[in-house]
Design a protein around this ligand. Structure first.
Ligand SMILES: C[S@@+](CC[C@H](N)C(=O)[O-])C[C@H]1O[C@@H](n2cnc3c(N)ncnc32)[C@H](O)[C@@H]1O
Length: 289
C-alpha cells in the first residue's frame, strides 16, 4: 500500500528559461492529446532477461520506502512500485491529462500526485529515499536545476534511477522508422517540427556526470540495455509512431509515413510475421552523497 509523503513544501520560485518554456508548452500540448503514449509503447517491451524497462527501474529501488517518480506520466511505474507494502509514493508531471489517468489507478489512491515541474518540486527537503524517472530526464530543460531539486528532496545515501533513451538496434524496424521519419520531417514545413527537447548531456555518461555530480551525487553508473519491441507490424507502428516528432506532422504526412513503414517493414518480418524492433535504453543510477 502506498501513502502520501509528509506535507509538501515548494522550493524557492524559479522561472523557466525561454527555451525551456517552449519545450514544456510543447510537451504539455502533446501529452494532452497522448497522455499514455510512453506506457503504451514500453509496457510490453522486454530486456534480454525478460523485464520491462519499468521493472528494471523498480528493481533498482527495491529497498526504498519513500519513492518519487519524476515525469510519472499515466502512473504505470508507480503502479509497479505500489506493489511493495508500506511504501510512500509520489509522482509529478507537467501533464494534467496524464496525471488524471494516474489518479484513476486504484493502486495509487493514496499516492501524492502533483502537477509540477521537476525544476521546482513541491516536496520538503529529504522527503524521499529514492527517485525514479522513466524516459523523462532527457526531455527536461534547465536540467542542472532538476538535478539540484532531486538532490534536495532525497535524503543522503538515496538512489536516483533513470531510464533515458538510447537509439536503434541496427537493421531492425526502429532504424527503418527513424530514417523514414527524418525524411518526413525534412519535407515538412517548419511549424510541423518539434522544438529541441532537453539537454544533450543526458545522452552520455560524462554528460550525466557533469549534471549530477555538482548536485551532490556520486559518479553515475550507466548500463545500456536493448528493449525488444518486436511484434506484428501494426503493433510496432503503434509503438514507434507515438514518438514526439510525429505529433505535429499533418495527417497526410503521417499517412505516407505509415504506408512506407508498413511496406518496408514487411521485408524485415520473420516467418511468424513478427517484425524485429529493438530500442536501446540507458539505465542510469547514482547515489546521493
Ligand atoms: C516520455 S513521457 C514518460 C512518462 C512516464 N515516465 C512513462 O515512462 O510512461 C515524459 C513525461 O515527462 C513529463 N515531463 C517532461 N518534462 C517535465 C518536467 N520538467 N517536469 C515534470 N514532468 C515533465 C512529460 O509531461 C511526460 O509525461
Amino acid at each position: 500500500m502506498s501513502a502520501a509523503p509528509a506535507s509538501p513544501t515548494a522550493s524557492p520560485a524559479t522561472s523557466p528559461t525561454a527555451s525551456t518554456a517552449v519545450q514544456e508548452a510543447f510537451l504539455k500540448a502533446f501529452h494532452a492529446e497522448h497522455p499514455a503514449v510512453t506506457a503504451d509503447a514500453f509496457v510490453a517491451g522486454r530486456s534480454p532477461d525478460g523485464r520491462s524497462s519499468y521493472r528494471i527501474l523498480s528493481d533498482r529501488v527495491a529497498g526504498a520506502r519513500r519513492v518519487l517518480d519524476l515525469g510519472c506520466g499515466d502512473g504505470v511505474l508507480l503502479d509497479l512500485l505500489a506493489r511493495t507494502e508500506e511504501r510512500r509514493l509520489a509522482g509529478v508531471d507537467l501533464s494534467p491529462e496524464a496525471l488524471a489517468l494516474a489518479r484513476r489507478r486504484p493502486s495509487l489512491r493514496t499516492t501524492a500526485l502533483a502537477q509540477a515541474r521537476a525544476q521546482r518540486l513541491p516536496f520538503a527537503d529529504g522527503a524521499f529515499d529514492a527517485c525514479v524517472c522513466h524516459m523523462a530526464l532527457m526531455l527536461m530543460g534547465d536540467v542542472d536545476r532538476v538535478a539540484a531539486e532531486i538532490a534536495r528532496v532525497l535524503s543522503p545515501g538515496s538512489t536516483l534511477a533513470c531510464v533515458v533513451g538510447g537509439g536503434a538496434v541496427g537493421g531492425e524496424a526502429y532504424e527503418l522508422f527513424s530514417g523514414l521519419l527524418r525524411a518526413a520531417v525534412e519535407r515538412a514545413p517548419a511549424e510541423q517540427r518539434i522544438p529541441p527537447l532537453g539537454d544533450r548531456r543526458t545522452r552520455s555518461r560524462e554528460g550525466l556526470g557533469a549534471i549530477l555530480e555538482p548536485a551532490g551525487f556520486c559518479a553515475p553508473d550507466r548500463e545500456t540495455v536493448p528493449i525488444d519491441l518486436s511484434g506484428p507490424v501494426e503493433q510496432v507502428w503503434a509503438a514507434l509512431s507515438g514518438i514526439y516528432d510525429v505529433g505535429p506532422l499533418d495527417p497526410a504526412a503521417v499517412s505516407r509515413l505509415r504506408e512506407s513503414f508498413v511496406r518496408e517493414a514487411a521485408g524485415l518480418a520473420g516467418p511468424d510475421g513478427r517484425v524485429p524492433c529493438g530500442f536501446t535504453v540507458h539505465v542510469v543510477t547514482a547515489r546521493l552523497r
